[in-house]
Structures are given as structure tokens and as C-alpha cells.
Write a protein that binds this ligand. Structure first.
Ligand code: GLY
Length: 426
């Protein structure tokens, strides 16, 4: 199959690497991609959130499947345009992608579908200081303050400091977006990715993300500093419960509204005393969890995504997974997340190291042809092992051989799970 992947991060690098494995011999293209993907896929220039441009590119290479990685093109209607042109596309239409694009919409869908989630209030831009302060005082501590729009994982502040909660709410409103205040959901976080074609739901392995920049979950939220899977500390029926209590009801509600979901539904959950409660939905593969989850997939990923795109999930053979565990660690640039520095040369990041777990996110070549940093999250390193401890050893050993001046990464990815420190409330 000739496949075009849209996106340029380590998630898209992991998607390409997974689709390149095995016997099928898929022909891979990526737009815009990054320098690290050069050994796997032909790169094309495109404005990724321009529906007409992506459709023209897919037509020009006669793509049999387009896989859209990030949320911005999905919310912008790129999948709608491709479907309209008769091209198989993995990713929801804009109307269904609102499940990520508008947190208020996601809350409305969950209420209609009877899905457990945090209590929330939306404050519109233009709200006065007294109105905002009164709303903040109806919540917290702990306060959860969200930008009700796409913010690349950085629009959420979770804090016990009322002043910090108010500051973030003011900043979101000043940017012209509604702000969402939520009650805090207690319990460890779980990310479950499901392939959804209308009402058929096929889960992948559950994973856990580490969102804060600092070890011990300190510092500001980021787009994710590392992740691991599967989650041995979850109850045995956890995935079945998330599918039955969260993903199937939401898919059914979207179908009932005439905006059926086709693509990857990412349920971000807290696992509390009563089981799963939704923190957020995303309309695409999670980053960096995907890099760990796909490292364990043995089935042909392209076949699974094509079956989703063409409404044939019910006939797909059960997904096969490698035994063991995987984790990914994000190597971030100096200054990330506030003001990442770019242009630093990276030793040990030449393209072609996917099999060793080296995936590129924010990289480029400079005028001298060196691989340099070109974004906040620069590389992801994946380790696979018989258990999490071994997967950690492998990932950190690979990272030790990579040098990025000023670069930083968390050394405690998956450590609470390895040390048995994850507790489910109640
Ligand atoms: N891992 C967080 C996200 O993908 O949004």
C-alpha cells in the first residue's frame, strides 16, 4: 500500500517505523516530516492544515491511505477534504474532531453519553475579574484550569495555588479563548487509544504519560516527557471497562448526532476508586505514548489503520502484541518548555536508528549538514524489555550515547511503576 503520513514529530516517526516493519512492504511518504524519517519515507512539502494542499499531494502520489498525525489538520477539516475526494483517510472529520478541539463540546457529549468526568464550568472571554474570582472559588484546591482550545498539551494548569490558577485563567481569557475550570479527578492517569470506525471500537495497549517537565512530576505541564506501557497496576478488566463505559458510549453518541467518529479516539483518564473518569479526549494518537505502544505491536499497523479508514474494523483480526514492556523518554532542548533553544548540534542522531529506538521530533540539518535541534522536544528514545526495568535500562543506555548541548530529560520515566508506588484511591 502507498501511505502518506501527515505530521513531523516523533509520533509520526513511530507510525512510519511501525508501518515499515514486517513483510507487507508498504511504500511510505511523509509531509512535511523531519530529517530523521529520511531512511523510511519520501518527504514532501505541504502546509499540513490546508485541506486542499494535502488532498492535492495525496492525489499526486496516488496514496491508498492518508494517516493524519496531529490534531490541528483534523480540526481544520483535512480529513473531510480527503474523504470528499474519495481517498481513504485515518482521522476523524472536523465535526467529530471537536471532541479534542473544544473541551466544552467534549463535556456535552460525555453528559449525553453518561460518561463519568470532572464537573466543569466554562467562562467566556469578557468575563469580569469578580466573576472569574467567584468561579475559581467554586473549585479547588486542587484547581484544574484549561484553555478551551488546542494548546499542544500546554494549556492546562493543575495547581494548589489559587493565585496561579487565577493567573492562568486570566491569560487564557486575555488570549480570547474560553477558560474551563474543572474539579480535580483523583487517581493515576491512563491513556487508552482506540481505533474507532463509527461504533466499532478496538483498543490498543493502555499507557501512562509523564506530563510535567521535572522529575517527581514537578514544574510546568509539557506536551509529554515520556511514557510507558502496558500498565501492570491497572485492574485486569480496566481496558474492557474503559471501552464499555467511555469509548463505546461516546462513539455511539457521535454517531447518533450524525457525526460518526472514524480514526483514533484517545481517552485520557484518571483511574479513581470507582474506575475510569475522563480527563480529556484527543482525536489522534497521543505523543509520546504512541512511541511506546507501537514498539510492542506485532500486527500490520497499516492494515489496521486502513481497516478503520474503510469501515472494516469488525473484520480485522485481533491485534497481536509482543510480550514485555516499552517506554519512551523525551530529550528536550535547553529552555523547554518556556523558550526552547534551537540550532544545537546533536551527536548520535543520524537518521536510520529507529530499530535502536531513536525517533526524531524537532530536528533539522544546518548549513553544514549537521543534525541540529529545531524544536522543544528534539528526540524520543524507546526501550523495549521483558519488564519495565529492562526497558528503562535500554532506553537510558541509548540516551547516554546521544549528546545535545543543554538538552534535558527525565530520569524517572516509569520509575513509580517499577517501584510499585502507583496507588489507586479507595
Ligand atoms: N500525551 C499527551 C497528548 O498526546 O496530548
Amino acid at each position: 500500500m502507498r501511505i502518506l503520513v501527515i505530521g513531523s514529530g516523533a509520533r509520526e516517526h513511530a507510525l512510519l517505523h511501525a508501518m515499515s516493519r514486517g513483510e507487507a512492504g508498504h511504500e511510505l511518504h511523509v509531509a512535511p516530516g523531519n530529517v530523521g524519517m529520511a531512511a523510511l519515507a519520501e518527504r514532501h512539502e505541504v502546509v499540513a492544515d490546508d485541506p486542499a494542499a494535502v488532498t492535492a499531494l495525496a492525489r499526486s502520489i496516488d496514496a491508498g491511505l492518508v494517516v493524519i498525525g496531529p490534531e490541528v489538520p483534523l480540526v481544520a477539516g483535512v480529513a473531510d477534504a480527503l474523504r470528499g475526494a474519495g481517498i481513504a483517510v485515518f482521522g476523524p472529520d472536523a465535526a467529530a474532531a471537536r471532541i479534542e478541539g473544544s473541551k466544552a463540546f467534549a463535556k456535552e457529549v460525555m453528559a449525553a453519553a453518561g460518561v463519568r468526568t470532572a464537573h466543569a464550568e466554562s467562562i467566556a472571554p469578557g468575563a469580569g475579574e469578580a466573576e472569574l474570582a467567584a468561579a475559581v472559588d467554586r473549585f479547588g484546591p486542587t484547581w484544574v484550569v484549561k484553555d478551551d482550545g488546542l494548546a499542544a498539551g500546554k494549556g492546562v494548569v493543575v495547581t494548589d495555588d489559587r493565585a496561579a490558577a487565577l493567573d492562568h485563567a486570566r491569560a487564557v481569557l486575555a488570549a480570547g479563548n474560553p477558560v474551563l475550570l474543572e474539579s480535580f479527578l483523583d487517581g493515576p492517569e491512563v491513556s487508552l487509544f482506540c481505533l474507532v470506525d463509527g461504533t466499532e471500537v478496538v483498543p490498543l495497549l493502555p499507557a501512562q504519560d509523564h506530563k510535567r517537565v521535572g522529575e517527581g512530576d514537578t514544574g510546568p505541564n509539557t506536551g509529554g516527557m515520556g511514557a510507558y506501557c502496558p500498565l501492570d497496576w491497572l485492574p485486569a478488566d480496566a481496558v474492557d471497562r474503559i471501552v464499555a463505559e467511555v469509548c463505546e458510549p461516546v462513539a455511539a453518541e457521535l454517531a447518533r448526532r450524525g457525526t460518526p467518529y472514524s480514526g483514533l479516539l484517545y481517552a485520557g483518564l484518571a483511574w479513581g476508586a470507582e474506575g475510569p473518569a475522563v480527563v480529556e479526549f484527543n482525536c489522534r494518537f497521543g505523543d509520546p505514548e504512541t512511541q511506546a505502544v507501537l514498539a510492542l505491536l506485532e500486527s500490520d499497523l497499516a492494515e489496521a489503520l486502513h481497516a478503520t479508514a474503510t469501515g472494516r474494523l469488525a473484520g480485522l483480526a485481533p491485534l497481536r502484541w509482543r510480550e514485555g514492556h516499552a517506554l519512551t523518554v523525551v530529550l528536550a532542548a535547553a529552555g523547554y518548555p518556556e523558550s526552547p533553544r534551537t540550532g544545537d548540534p546533536i551527536a548520535g542522531a543520524e537518521p536510520g536508528r529507529e530499530a535502536e529506538g531513536v525517533l526524531h521530533a524537532g530536528t533539522a540539518r544546518d548549513g553544514a549538514g549537521r543534525v541540529v535541534s529545531a524544536g522543544g522536544r528534539v528526540l524520543n528514545v524507546v526501550g523495549v524489555g521483558a519488564d519495565l526495568a529492562e526497558a528503562r535500562e535500554r532506553a537510558y543506555a541509548t540516551l547516554a550515547g546521544i549528546d545535545l548541548p543543554g538538552g534535558h530529560y527525565r530520569r524517572d520515566i516509569a520509575l513509580p511503576a517499577v517501584e510499585g508506588r502507583i496507588r489507586i484511591p479507595g
